[in-house]
Design a protein around this ligand. Structure first.
Ligand code: ZN
Ligand code: FE
Length: 240
């Protein structure tokens, strides 16, 4: 393991993600939607906080930033294209730029669709994809087009199968309910429905999954065309 990764439940169904590079002790948190649970995890781990990584501008991903900067002096990293809507950035990055946590090399991926200016942080071990890709689902198209989201999902799908998918929400069970209407005969998806329910019944996160697994169970990642993605995204928007 080149990097230690833990989900931090925040708000109703958000996850912030805590990262530590064991070689150097450098730490980061992705998308702190509130400060309290994140600060509690940092104190429990007995570390500081070097970096805060932001995928997009929504409050449920950034509202903890100011308090964490004040308490730990962390530096804030986000998309230069969205700097106007993000908290003050110490490091503004563009798609294609790299970001290194200790000895872990990461790349910034353009990830538009849910918002414009949304980015993902792809390390060798894990990708932090905010509200672009969820287990068995994808983010709502609040700002971008189906073509934007199709491109963003294609970039994530191109990552190695074993890449951990560290996303912004615990939406897995409701996503699976919808996904089963798209692919009722998908055996891997039907099995995931049982396993994910068991995890939630035990009070455990269903995340991270992996890119290879999502390629089996996620109809949005499996969509073959922009038109197909647009059709299932529109169906999900009105699904109850
Ligand atoms: Zn969002
Ligand atoms: Fe969100």
């Amino acid at each position: 393991m080149t990097i230690t990764i833990k989900p931090i439940p925040c708000l109703t169904d958000n996850y912030a993600w805590w990262l530590r590079d064991p070689a150097t002790g450098q730490t980061a948190v992705v998308d702190p939607g509130e400060a309290g649970p994140v600060a509690a995890m940092i104190r429990a781990e007995g570390t500081g906080l070097d970096w805060i990584l932001l995928t997009h501008h929504h409050g449920d991903h950034i509202d903890g930033v100011a308090a964490l900067v004040t308490e730990f002096g962390a530096k804030v990293v986000g998309a230069s294209a969205d700097a106007r809507r993000l908290p003050p950035l110490d490091l503004a990055l563009a798609p294609g730029d790299s970001f290194t946590l200790g000895q872990n090399f990461g790349t910034v991926l353009d990830s538009p669709g849910h918002t414009l200016g949304h980015i993902a942080f792809a390390f060798r071990a894990a990708v932090f994809c905010g509200d672009t890709l969820f287990s068995a689902g994808c983010g709502r198209l609040l700002e971008g087009t189906p073509a934007d989201m199709f491109g963003a999902l294609a970039a994530l799908a191109a990552l190695p199968d074993e890449t951990l998918v560290c996303c912004g929400h615990e939406y897995t069970l409701s996503n699976i309910r919808f996904a089963l209407t798209v692919e009722p005969d998908n055996a891997a998806l039907r099995e995931w429905a049982k396993q994910a329910q068991a995890l939630r019944d035990a009070g455990l996160p269903t995340l991270p999954t992996t890119i290879g697994f999502e390629r089996q169970v996620n109809p949005f990642l499996r969509a073959k065309s922009v038109a197909e993605l647009a059709r299932i995204r529109a169906a999900k928007d009105v699904f109850r």
